[in-house]
Each structure stands twice: as structure tokens, then as C-alpha cells.
Write a protein that binds this ligand. Structure first.
Ligand code: ZN
Length: 353
């Protein structure tokens, strides 16, 4: 590995790939594992990497098949504070090392980039004591990622810009490339009150290779943030929205409400009843195209993402992942198709569908 994240032995590193074109990264493992019945909503701790490693390996494969260039180790929320919340702090190292090994194996198998992952700790409050605690948590997770031989490290979903800066500082100590993304909540700023552009500028000044936003906001309410970030920095910019139809009045997936449905616990669709708000693949493709045209070249989808979303993002950028072999071709549909071999009677029936 050299300074540019390039492995002279073979595969191109993150920064070389970004130099050549877009890089896609599928995220959203918590939500997908929850939907599949292997992870509990609420604490959202990725114990699944120990209990059902085959589920994670297969999900990594599906995302790469759909176009992800990155296999991101599922160490999101596998930090000391989250494990303490579920009385499993003793599993901290095991869960991290296992998540990294699963991701590494799939990255090797698929020739994808292998990324470590840090996230918001939920203990940062801006005083010296929490700064120290947070740094220690990042250092232990980063150490395991380095031991596993990651190609780069992602630090994501920070609502405090300063916490993101601490994560970046720890990553920089490894010499590996960094991708640092902020979660921009309802009021549109970090919790210190920095605009996303200002926060990204600070991250760039501290040495981040890729800066941007992920999670929390859907395409419609993330897109307006991107122009100001792109204008404020000269490094690569990342955008990984949630695939939900957030809008001006409800700009985040936690603020979405569904007045038509009366059976949702606590009247809040987040996180288990967001289904009716889910973007279709074409909407994600459109987002990717618009973001890319703006100069955003590290793209993906976060919580709620499924492989068909990732494939749509890839195809919107002109890419042709293995899963594109199965992209829709309605010309051969029995009723709606146009192929001359189809029964004319069925096509006439289709006009009544
Ligand atoms: Zn997310």
C-alpha cells in the first residue's frame, strides 16, 4: 500500500479508482439485516456477524454483484458504547475482528475494496472527557481494522462535526485513505451549528480524502446539500442517502409521518414501518445521475438500501455490474411485451390491465 491507497501488487486503491471515475459503496447493513430477521431494531447492534456470519457474507456478495466497489466491514455500531447497552462489551473485539474477516474474505473473492468502518459513538457531548472516550473507542476499532488489512477506513453518520474530526485524526494516524461523512438531521447543520459545507471544509483541512454526507436524508432532501459541499471543498465528495421519500416538511427518515396508517407503534414509521416511503430504483438512479453531474463521485445508498437500488445507481452512471444481466426487459412480458413471438390476443388483453 502506498500513500495513494494503491496496492502495487494488483488492485487499484480507493483514490486511484476515484481518479478514474465514480466509486460505489453499498451501506445500510443494519436495516437489511433487521428486515431479514437477524438483527434487532432499537439498539441496532450487529451481533449477526457472530450469530449468522453467512448472512453478512452473502449480503456483501449481493451488493458487489449489484455494483458496489467496496465491501464495508459491518462494524457499524460495533463499538464499546453500543455493546455496553446490550451487556455484551466482552464481545467487542470478537465482533469487530469477525466482521472484518467476513468482509475481507468477500473483498478478496470479488476483487472489491475492503473498508473498515467507524460511526458516531453517542457518547460525544463536546467536553474533554467525552473527547477522550470517543478517541479511545475509535482507536480500538481502527486498530482491529488495520490488523485486518483494510484498504481504507470509512467514518460515518456523525451529527457532531467535532466527533468526525476526532475519527479522522485517528484514521490519519494509520496512513490509510479516509472517507468521512456527516449525518445531517432536521435543522440542516451539525449539532455544533456548522453548515454541512463548513464541516466538510474543516474535514478537508484536517486531511480527509473524501468528505460528504450519508444516511438520515433521502434523495430529495440530500441533493440540495451537495452543491454547497462541492463548492466548498476540492477533495472527493460522497453522498449516500437513505432510499426514502423525505421532503421539505419532513427532511429526515426519522421525521417522516404516515397519517394514513393507524397501526404503527408510536405513530413513527422509523425504523420499522418506512415501507410506503421507499424510493423505487429509478428514483435512486436519478439521484445518482444528478449528484454525479454535480461532481459527487463517491456514491451509494444507506439504511434501507437493497441490491436493486445499488444496481440502479451503477447503471445511472453508465456502469454494467454483473446484476445488470438481469435488469428488466419487459419486451418479453406475456401481456405487456412487444416481442413479435408473443400471442397477439394477450397483448390486446393487456390494454384492459
Ligand atoms: Zn444509514
Amino acid at each position: 500500500m502506498n500513500d495513494h491507497g494503491n496496492d502495487p501488487q494488483g488492485k487499484l486503491g480507493l483514490l486511484d479508482r476515484l481518479e478514474r471515475g465514480p466509486v460505489l459503496c453499498a451501506e445500510g447493513y443494519l436495516f437489511e439485516c433487521e428486515r431479514r430477521g437477524y438483527l434487532q431494531a432499537g439498539a441496532f447492534v450487529p451481533e449477526v456477524v457472530l450469530e449468522h456470519p453467512e448472512v453478512i457474507a452473502q449480503l456483501h456478495r449481493e451488493f458487489v454483484h449489484a455494483g458496489s466497489d467496496v465491501v464495508e466491514a459491518f462494524t457499524y455500531y460495533a463499538h464499546r458504547e453500543k455493546l455496553r447497552m446490550v451487556d455484551k462489551e466482552h464481545l467487542l473485539e470478537e465482533i469487530n475482528r469477525q466482521a472484518l474477516q467476513i468482509a475481507k474474505d468477500v473483498a478478496v473473492e470479488t476483487d472489491a475494496l475492503f473498508a473498515g468502518d467507524l460511526s458516531n459513538t453517542n457518547v460525544f457531548v463536546g467536553d474533554d472527557e467525552s473527547r477522550r472516550r470517543v478517541r479511545t473507542m475509535f482507536e480500538e476499532q481502527t486498530g482491529w481494522a488495520v490488523d485486518a488489512g483494510v484498504d481504507f477506513i470509512i467514518a460515518e453518520t456523525f451529527s457532531y462535526g467535532e466527533e468526525a474530526l476526532i475519527a479522522l485524526d485517528v484514521i490519519k494516524g494509520t496512513g490509510l485513505p479516509s472517507v468521512v461523512t456527516l449525518a445531517v438531521h432536521h435543522d440542516g447543520t451539525t449539532r455544533e451549528g456548522w453548515t454541512p459545507a463548513e464541516a466538510c471544509k474543516r474535514l478537508q483541512q484536517t486531511g480527509a480524502d473524501v468528505v460528504g454526507v450519508n444516511c438520515i436524508r433521502g434523495p430529495e432532501t440530500m441533493l440540495p446539500l451537495l452543491k454547497s459541499i462541492r463548492d466548498a471543498v476540492s477533495v472527493y465528495v460522497a453522498a449516500l442517502p437513505v432510499p426514502y421519500r423525505t421532503h421539505g416538511a419532513q427532511p429526515t427518515f426519522q421525521s417522516l409521518r404516515d397519517p394514513d396508517c393507524t397501526v404503527i407503534p408510536d405513530d413513527r414509521p422509523f425504523p420499522t414501518a418506512l415501507d410506503p416511503f421507499t424510493c423505487n430504483r429509478y428514483e435512486l438512479g436519478e439521484f445518482a445521475r444528478e449528484a454525479y453531474d454535480m461532481g459527487v463521485t463517491y456514491l451509494g445508498v444507506c439504511c434501507g438500501a437493497a441490491p436493486h437500488h445499488i444496481r440502479a445507481v451503477a447503471e445511472a452512471l453508465g456502469l454494467n455490474p454483473p446484476a445488470s444481466r438481469y435488469s428488466a426487459d419487459m419486451s418479453k412480458h406475456a401481456f405487456l411485451g412487444t416481442d413479435s413471438r408473443l400471442k397477439q390476443e394477450n397483448r390486446e388483453f393487456a390494454s384492459k390491465l
